[in-house]
Design a protein around this ligand. Structure first.
Ligand code: G7M
Length: 350
């Protein structure tokens, strides 16, 4: 969403112009729905996400300089916000019903809305419901199939948002902290709220650290010589982030991880409250790699680091890499492993 009033008006105007085409995906666990449509004749993706419940209120402690947490006290927290309640049924000691709860744009918003406009085919394929597969990416497959895709992604403007954050002041009023040392500018990085986070609910805290250097496109480019840089960055993140949020999330309650495959090939680290489980595939094995494990693995990989490793991950059938090589590779891998093809499914009920 935009950071100032002018942007907010634009965003609202764009949302009002959205013409619905179809549902791309919906997820009852994450309480999200993604819709494909058009705005001014160009493809647009709107994702609606119901927000989590409020239960904490941070207040100044008048007797000391500390801040304290009051739980379930605000008029918008949990039980206090119940406006109407319609019972559905009850049985023995069990009661259930539906309710309408008090909403407030600042203190208790209903939903978070994300818009991608104009959306590219790659965005649409990413958000569309799809079958997924486990595939092994050998170093050879990386060089032959994945590397050309990465180079293409880097050169075709998909990283404009990253450039905007690092060099053009985008989202600057949301930046949590910046690390920059004149002596070694390539070690610099910026930490800011991920666009997935509503910025309000600490249980769902989600930040992203974006590095200044652009020679590391993904996990694949990490070598032992980067180990100390990763350690320093991890320690800075764990030291500074809690202090930026009044220690509501301590250092050891931050989950730091890297995606492989990522969506964007400019090195960045995901920083998430460990309590946040509603992240779907983004936090699953076969995609998320803990930064501590990555640092540790670099001890055992030889000078080429992750470039020499076979990486196993989940890939969706809509992904460019699936359609441009990984599907055939997987077929061959299953054959080589002696795993039989599934039998033809016949419908016995007919
Ligand atoms: O899967 P991958 O590691 O590439 O994830 C990229 C992360 O960047 C995701 O968690 C996105 O939500 C986040 N992200 C993507 N964009 C386009 C933006 C953006 O413009 N601003 C911010 N703050 N985060 C973004």
């Amino acid at each position: 969403m935009g950071d100032n009033d002018a942007d907010a008006v634009d965003f609202r105007a764009l949302i009002d112009e959205f013409r619905f085409s179809r549902v791309l995906n919906s997820n009852p666990q994450t309480k999200q729905i993604s819709l494909l449509g058009t705005i001014k004749g160009q493809d647009a993706i709107v994702t609606l996400e119901k927000t989590h419940f409020q239960f904490d209120k941070v207040v100044n402690n008048p007797n000391s300089s500390t801040l304290s947490l009051h739980q379930c006290e605000s008029e918008y927290s949990c039980m206090n916000s119940i406006q109407t309640l319609k019972p559905i049924a009850n049985n023995d000691i069990y009661f259930w019903g539906m309710s309408v709860m008090k909403q407030d744009l600042e203190l208790n918003p209903t939903a978070k809305i994300n818009l991608i406009w104009p959306a590219t085919q790659v965005h649409i394929e990413k958000y569309d419901k799809q079958l997924c597969h486990m595939v092994r990416e050998t170093p050879e497959i990386y060089k032959r199939i994945v590397k050309p895709y990465v180079d293409d992604m880097v050169n075709n403007g998909r990283l404009q948002w990253v450039q905007n954050i690092l060099y053009n002041g985008a989202e600057s009023d949301r930046v949590v902290f910046k690390y920059f040392d004149q002596e070694s500018p390539k070690d610099g990085f910026v930490v800011l709220p991920d666009m997935k986070w509503d910025g309000v609910n600490m249980d769902a805290l989600y930040l992203v650290a974006i590095v200044h250097r652009d020679d590391i496109k993904s996990l694949r480019d990490l070598r032992p010589e980067h180990q100390q840089w990763l350690i320093d960055m991890k320690n800075k993140i764990r030291s500074v982030v809690p202090s930026c949020y009044n220690y509501l999330v301590p250092a050891d309650q931050l989950r730091l991880f890297i995606h492989y495959q990522p969506s964007y090939y400019h090195f960045h680290i995901h920083i998430v409250n460990v309590r946040h489980s509603g992240l779907g595939d983004g936090i699953a094995v076969g995609k998320a790699h803990l930064i501590e494990d990555v640092i540790e693995n670099l001890n055992y990989m030889g000078p080429e680091g992750y470039m020499n490793r076979t990486m196993t991950y989940v890939i969706g059938e809509n992904h460019h890499l699936w359609k441009n090589g990984l599907e055939q590779e997987l077929e061959q891998q299953l054959k080589d492993d002696g795993i039989p093809e599934p039998p033809e499914i016949t419908n016995d009920f007919e």
